[in-house]
Design a protein around this ligand. Structure first.
Ligand code: NAP
Length: 255
């Protein structure tokens, strides 16, 4: 019998960990798909492909032409477009499909969160009074803050923000997580940060700033995820492996 072919949509630590675990299974053959945005992507434990598919139709074609048996969406919780495309492509092709999405952070005692639905709502939530803001939402949506030029921004991203924002007070720093709480605390103090804008990504790698904000009594504007509708979802790599087992168990073959 041939190997089960699995397409993993990645760009996250969980996708990399899942690929590594699946690489140990002699009955599976995985391909990890990356968007191709990061200039120096991390080494991956399985073969990779890079770049968009050309929408849900392109992804559906790719799944069929390459004879995949399973599609796993292990992209970042805020990568909404590819997740939407994956849902449609799975429906079109009737290929088994599930999402691996780490759970969101929950507000704890001592947290001063303002929860918003989008980055544009986060801009509004900053208010009109000038503040010192730590922008930790990645580079792609940083441009929204050009409409609030009264604030001073410290903008951290993995790759450079290009073009630079058309605002008078912005400082840029390049860094790749994980970010520990102690270092985050020092960063917040050193830059006299009054408010953090963050995405509720979940996981441990970027939680340091949230814990540091709690310890220092700093406000956080938390952009919440918009949950995709009706997608079978697991929250851990362990559960994803269990579901792969279940889907490829002899009883299920041919489904
Ligand atoms: P997005 O807005 O949901 O996707 C935009 C387009 O990029 C998609 O329509 C697709 O192009 C292509 N694409 C995205 N992920 C892909 C993948 N894994 N393989 C192949 N094509 C992909 O995504 P995004 O927010 O720009 O994120 C891009 C990548 O960075 C994702 O892989 C995600 O896991 C990772 N990431 C995102 C964030 C974040 O905050 N958004 C944070 C960390 C990592 P086509 O329509 O042409 O197929």
């Amino acid at each position: 019998m041939g190997k089960h072919r699995i397409l993993i949509l990645g760009g996250t630590a969980e996708a990399r960990q899942l690929a590594a675990a699946l690489a140990l299974r002699p009955d599976c053959e995985s391909l990890l798909s990356l968007a191709g945005r990061t200039a120096e992507p991390m080494a991956q434990p399985v073969p990779t492909r890079s770049g968009g598919f050309g929408g849900s139709g392109g992804l559906a074609d790719f799944l069929k032409v390459e004879n995949f048996d399973l599609l796993i969406d292990a992209t970042h919780p805020f990568a909404a477009r590819i997740s939407h495309n994956a849902t449609i492509a799975a429906q079109q092709t009737a290929i088994p499909f599930f999402a691996l999405r780490r759970s969101a952070w929950k507000q704890e005692p001592g947290d001063h969160w303002t929860r918003v639905r989008s980055v544009t709502d986060a801009v509004e939530a900053l208010g009109t009074t000038p503040k010192r803001v730590f922008l930790a939402i990645g580079r792609q949506e940083a441009f929204h803050f050009e409409s609030a030029p009264q604030h001073s921004y410290l903008i951290r991203s993995v790759d450079p923000v290009t073009p630079r924002l058309d605002i008078p007070h912005a400082q840029y720093m390049l860094a790749t997580g994980p970010f520990e709480e102690t270092a985050e605390r020092a960063l917040l103090i050193e830059n006299r940060i009054e408010v953090i804008v963050a995405k509720n990504s979940g996981g441990t790698a970027t939680y340091g700033k949230v814990a540091a904000a709690r310890a220092l009594g700093i406000a956080v504007i938390m952009v919440e995820r918009q949950q995709p509708a009706d997608v079978r979802t697991v929250e851990t790599v362990k559960d994803a492996l269990g579901l792969v087992d279940h889907l490829f168990s002899p009883m299920k073959r041919g489904v």
